[in-house]
Every structure is written in structure tokens, then in C-alpha cells.
Design a protein. Structure first.
Length: 239
């Protein structure tokens, strides 16, 4: 099940484990936080765009009763890790991994999804960037923020929801691209490393074909001033 330079990590929910590289790309706390904001009703269908090693989809299999979860990942190595994690956790009846670019994935899996989740590359790329596994996950080398949102809109049915996390510096771009693609921002949550710090990231929920009306939720604070996890963060990590 494991290949060279890999190990299992406990996701601390339902006995689930995930295969991670010891030295390459590894999922971050942003993915775990995003998974905890996603809401899906029983029998609904979810797509995770840019799914990496599969952490969000595997967590959602435990946190929701969605019947079908697609993990779309362009990097073959990460998609392979996802497939083996799905197999290890006996989730093959609910989770399908597709190694393909997200820009055209709607042509393969359809456009009737209830929920799309996306933890996109945060940084714009430049000509100096090398296409390493980690850079592809972090920078817009193979897909841009705009393309992520366009893909989500094509996948969602009318009334379907997108959940996305990103850096605060990309908030204006995100809202612009959402509105351009008939995805109305409905709820915004700002995420703070500590209460004394500025917001670092945000999670936005958007509805396809929704009417204009956005709520700004209570801020989510990751750590206390002494560096320990807040009660809310501890809850997310099952501690």
C-alpha cells in the first residue's frame, strides 16, 4: 500500500488514515478547516477540485452523508496517493479519484453536482517558477483562481454551493470571479492566526444562481495568544 518515502497519518476521525509523503507535498491545516465548513445533505454529490492527496474528500466521507464524492487532481503522483488512501479506508463505493485537469472535468463527470469544494493555488505564478509538485499546489502554474471558479460553476446545478478557502489578498479577485460566473457569495468567514493578528485567510460559500445577500460570520481564530489551539480549532482536529 505504501511506496517509498510515504507514511500513514491518522485523521483522528472514524479511524481514517491518509497516505502522505515524508518530504514532498503534504496537506495543510487550511484543507482540514475547509472540510469542517462544508455542508452536504444525505444523498448529495460533491466534487473536490485540486484535491491533492485526498484529505478533504476523505474527511467529508466521515463528516457528511454525501453518496458520491469526486476527487479531481491533475498531478498523477497525488492522485495515485489518493486512490490508495481511498482503498485503504474502504471508501471506493463513495469516493472516485480522477487524474485530470479541472478545466474540462465537467465534460467527463457532468454538471449536476450539489457541492463543489476547492482549496486552490494561492499565489500567482511567474516565469521563474519551476513546476515542482509543491509549486503546482501553491502557485497558478497549471490552473488559475479564475479557472477554478469557472470549473465550479460548470459542475454545479442551479442552487448548488461552492466552498472555497484562500488568502485574504485574493478576496477581491475571488468575489469578482464568483459574480462573473453566476456564483453569488452568501457567507464569508475570516480566519485569524490569533485574535491580535490580522486575518490571514478566508472561507467563502457561494450559491449558483443565488440572490445578492452575503453574511459575514463570526471570525474563526486558530490559536490563543500563547500559541495553543483555541477550543474551536481543537474541535476541528478532534482533540
Amino acid at each position: 500500500m505504501l511506496k517509498e518515502n510515504e507514511q500513514f497519518e491518522d485523521l483522528e476521525i472514524g479511524g481514517l488514515k491518509i497516505i502522505q509523503s515524508k518530504s514532498g507535498y503534504r496537506f495543510t491545516s487550511d484543507a482540514v478547516i475547509l472540510a469542517n465548513f462544508v455542508r452536504a445533505l444525505p444523498n448529495q454529490k460533491i466534487v473536490d477540485l485540486g484535491s491533492g492527496s485526498g484529505v478533504i474528500g476523505i474527511l467529508l466521507s466521515a463528516k457528511t452523508k454525501a453518496t458520491t464524492i469526486y476527487l479531481v487532481e491533475i498531478q498523477q503522483r497525488l492522485a495515485d496517493m489518493s486512490k490508495r488512501s481511498v482503498e485503504y479506508n474502504n471508501l471506493g463505493n463513495r469516493i472516485k479519484v480522477i487524474n485530470a485537469p479541472m478545466q474540462t472535468i465537467h465534460k467527463k463527470i457532468g454538471s449536476d453536482f450539489d457541492v463543489v469544494v476547492c482549496n486552490p493555488p494561492y499565489e500567482k505564478a511567474d516565469s521563474q517558477d519551476i513546476s515542482t509538485q509543491q509549486n503546482i499546489c501553491k502557485k497558478e502554474l497549471l490552473v488559475t483562481l479564475k479557472e477554478c471558479i469557472q470549473s465550479a460553476s460548470k459542475l454545479l446545478k442551479y442552487g448548488g454551493k461552492l466552498y472555497m478557502i484562500n488568502k485574504v489578498k485574493r478576496l477581491a479577485d475571488t468575489i469578482l470571479y464568483l459574480k462573473e460566473n453566476n456564483l453569488e457569495p452568501k457567507r464569508l468567514t475570516m480566519i485569524y492566526p490569533k485574535a491580535s493578528k490580522q486575518a490571514d485567510t478566508f472561507i467563502i460559500e457561494a450559491k449558483k444562481g443565488g440572490k445578492p445577500h452575503m453574511v459575514v460570520s463570526q471570525p474563526f481564530i486558530l490559536n490563543n495568544e500563547d500559541g495553543t489551539m483555541t477550543a474551536e480549532t481543537r474541535r476541528i482536529y478532534g482533540k
